[in-house]
Design a protein around this ligand. Structure first.
Ligand code: NAD
Length: 351
């Protein structure tokens, strides 16, 4: 089993090192090879997605990624910025389905900014389309109009087949969970998402056991805070999913807890924490590595079909939390506050 390990920037190398440590502790037959991406790719090869990195990722069965980005690259031309490397690798590997679970560990109910009774027992799976929508639609750009004023343009675009394939992923996941999907759109205003709703309804005919509901994105943003436990699987487009999944992450206490998987049509996947490179805390050994460790568990589950070892990792994380280990972002009174690498050690010890 070949894994391309791409630590990236900021806290990326620190958190990925912990996930690698946990994977190694399982003694599986894994071949892990590291390569630079994002700002690290730019530094190494003048490109946020160097050719060698892309090739390694293409040849691998799965990719384990840290995060990319640092404010020091904000002045680079857009195509050289770290985030472009991430968008490109998702596109190149055709990773159209992004799975973001928002699961509240009982031990962390107090770390959420919401009341424990609102969030305890929370278990949402957000399925976000990842390679279409306004992030990729053409035309795009900033141009100067005839009157000399500048204009910025992006285009929200979804084809029927793009909607259907992400819808199918969501329905299949719903079949394995509680058979409930909420599709999020803005069909009252945006035609691209009016089509989204139509296709979801058509697809639901193939899954009569699944209860499909629809919600406008503005209401979904509100309901996630008001009564998040009403949701099980949520499926939505790229930009809405980007925003809602970050919102959902805070229900669980910290974005540092949330893993993600991005899959292609054959379950080859890229696994990464839902958060960014957190340059504000990089290099201090205080980042929370659990989202990355849990991403490695998702890798075993979705790409390598190894449910047993995925559960082993998830249970080890639960045990470390139950023993009171906390990084700074989830620290509560009386906990054992530890650094990034110590949290990795605690998970390995629990394994
Ligand atoms: P961010 O997610 O990096 O950080 C937001 C806040 O959460 C910060 O206060 C940070 O310290 C904290 N945080 C994030 N991960 C944490 C962890 N594991 N443990 C503890 N605290 C954590 O988002 P941002 O600050 O908006 O962006 C920083 C950089 O990351 C930017 O360059 C941005 O483009 C990039 N970014 C990358 C990705 C990605 O690689 N997938 C995603 C989002 C943002």
């Amino acid at each position: 089993m070949k894994i391309a390990v791409l630590p990236g920037d900021g806290i990326g190398p620190e958190i990925v090192a912990q996930a690698v440590k946990v994977l190694k502790a399982l003694n599986l037959n894994l071949e892990m090879t590291e390569a630079p991406i994002g700002g690290a790719g730019y530094e190494a090869a003048g490109d946020p997605l160097p050719d060698a990195t892309l090739q390694l990722a293409k040849d691998a069965d799965a990719v384990l990624l840290g995060a990319v980005g640092d404010w020091k690259y904000d002045k680079l031309e857009r195509h050289l910025r770290p985030e472009r490397g991430l968008l490109r690798i998702r596109k190149e590997l055709n990773l159209f389905a992004n799975l973001r679970p928002a699961l509240l560990y009982p031990e962390l109910a107090g770390a959420s900014t919401l009341k424990p009774e609102v969030v305890s027992g929370l278990d949402i799976m957000i399925v976000r389309e990842l390679t279409g929508d306004i992030y990729f639609g053409q035309p795009r750009g900033i141009s100067t109009l005839e009157n000399g004023e500048r204009e910025g343009v992006n285009t929200m675009r979804y084809s029927e087949s793009e909607i259907r394939r992400i819808g199918r992923v969501a329905f299949e996941i719903a079949m394995k969970r509680n058979k409930k999907i909420c599709s999020v759109d803005k069909a009252n205003v945006l035609e691209a998402t009016e089509l989204w709703r139509q296709v979801m309804i058509e697809l639901s005919a193939e899954y009569p056991e699944v209860e499909l509901t629809h919600m406008y994105v503005d209401n979904a943003a509100m309901q996630l805070i008001r009564a998040p436990k009403q949701f099980d699987v949520m499926v939505t487009g790229n930009i809405f999913g980007d925003i809602l999944s970050d919102e959902a992450s805070m229900l669980t206490g910290s974005i540092g807890m949330l893993p993600s998987a991005s899959l292609d049509a054959n379950n080859k996947g890229m696994y990464e924490p839902s958060h960014g490179s957190a340059p504000d805390i990089a290099g201090k050994n205080i980042a929370n590595p659990l989202a990355t460790i849990l991403s490695a568990a998702m890798m075993l589950r979705y790409t390598f079909n190894d449910e047993a070892n995925a559960l082993k990792i998830e249970n080890a994380v639960k045990k470390a939390l139950a023993q009171g280990y906390r990084t700074a972002d989830i620290a509560t009174e009386g906990c054992k506050q530890v650094g990034c690498s110590e949290m990795g050690d605690a998970v390995v010890a629990s394994l």
